[in-house]
Design a protein around this ligand. Structure first.
Ligand code: AQP
Length: 345
């Protein structure tokens, strides 16, 4: 990829980040900051699409920021801030609410999953969530979005919104000197983390998630060695020994998930770890897995706790990031206002 490209991504401060967030997205974020201009956001506006206690939300915003830094994000190199400090996100989201079609949003599976049976009681924000996500990315005209597999559908919608905006306002866009009518880029998903879909430790068919009521379903980045060992020990398995070939994982979602996690945290392929542990019972393999997780995750948790000891410093990092983010988004938003036909002073 060329250096001109711009990266945007974010995570919700809805609780402690977990192994899925880390392996599905964060590892890729850290990789991309070596080669790209990167903007990484704590998406607090997204978080309030479901109820958040204000005191807990403030804590979670700082904790997710600390987790970004503890995982290897360099706030001097990358731009790191919380979404609500940059008004462009909410403003562009409103414009996109008027560009996106109801039929497009009706197809979003995440809304269906999160709203559950009582759709009438879900917030309007939860429904319009993908429009805000498109605004997050396009307010910076970002070209690449490193995410886990579950965000693929939302990214496709962001691409549709960019294209419809470019088509709807083609004349205006060309009048501003964009000869090709391309104001917004088509943002590309980068779904290449070491494990793009980490599953629950309690059910190999369900995504590991912050909002799962069972703490046992996920490894939090703040878990200590004992908690990690216990969760791995209690992780759901099946009665058979581990297969000695990858194809032997078919129809065994828990085995596939645990081996996938082991491969990802030790930086190897699934084939390589199957060759190492094939034929073992789960009990022996779980010891290896828990040692590998402890070695990788516990130092991150220790660093999160250290950083959380200085809330003022975290707030300072967020303020600095927000001002750098505004410097990119504000001129883009001025152009958007002109393109749409608003008057500005
Ligand atoms: N289980 C997962 N495996 C791989 N990647 C994952 N991501 C989330 N869960 C997994 C990726 O982490 C990034 C941030 O996600 P988010 O916080 O914005 O919200 P989410 O996708 O809805 O994550 P959660 O943990 O499931 O949160 P809740 O429970 O609050 O909804 C994204 O790139 C996502 O793909």
């Amino acid at each position: 990829m060329k250096l001109k490209e711009r990266v945007f991504s974010g995570m919700q401060p809805t609780g402690s980040l977990h192994l899925g967030n880390y392996l599905g997205a964060m590892v890729q974020w850290i990789e991309m900051q070596k080669t790209h201009e990167c903007i990484y956001c704590v998406v607090d506006l997204h978080a309030i699409t479901v109820w958040q206690d204000p005191t807990e939300l403030r804590h979670a915003i700082r904790q997710v920021t600390a987790a970004y830094i503890a995982s290897g994000l360099d706030p001097k190199k990358s731009i790191l801030f919380n979404q609500s400090q940059v008004a462009a996100h909410a403003e562009l989201a409103w414009i996109f609410n008027c560009v996106a079609r109801l039929g497009w949003l009706n197809r979003m599976t995440q809304f269906k999953e999160k709203a559950g049976k009582d759709r009438e009681a879900a917030s309007v924000g939860l429904y319009a969530y993908p429009n805000l996500m498109a605004a997050d990315i396009l307010a910076y005209r970002a070209t690449h979005v490193p995410v886990g597999e579950d965000q693929k559908q939302h990214l496709e919608l962001a691409r549709d919104i960019a294209q419809k905006f470019n088509n709807d306002f083609r004349e205006s866009i060309e009048a501003k000197g964009y000869a090709d009518g391309l104001f917004f880029p088509q943002p590309e998903p980068v779904i290449t983390g070491p494990a793009t879909r980490v599953m629950s430790l309690r059910d190999g068919t369900k995504k590991m998630s912050k909002s799962d009521p069972s703490e046992q379903s996920r490894i939090a980045l703040t878990d200590d060695a004992e908690a990690i060992a216990n969760k791995v020990k209690r992780a759901k398995t099946d009665p058979d020994a581990l297969p000695s070939e990858v194809k032997g994982l078919a129809g065994r979602p828990e085995a596939e998930n645990l081996l996938g996690i082991y491969a990802a945290v030790t930086g190897r392929t699934l084939e390589a770890v199957v060759a190492e542990v094939g034929g073992q019972q789960f009990s022996a393999f779980k010891k290896l897995l828990s040692d590998a997780l402890v070695a990788r995750i516990v130092p991150i948790g220790d660093e999160i706790r250290r950083l959380m000891g200085d809330a003022a410093e975290i707030d300072r990092v967020l303020a600095d990031g927000a001002s750098r983010a505004r410097a990119i988004a504000n001129p883009i938003m001025d152009e958007v206002r002109d393109i749409v036909g608003f008057i500005r002073s």
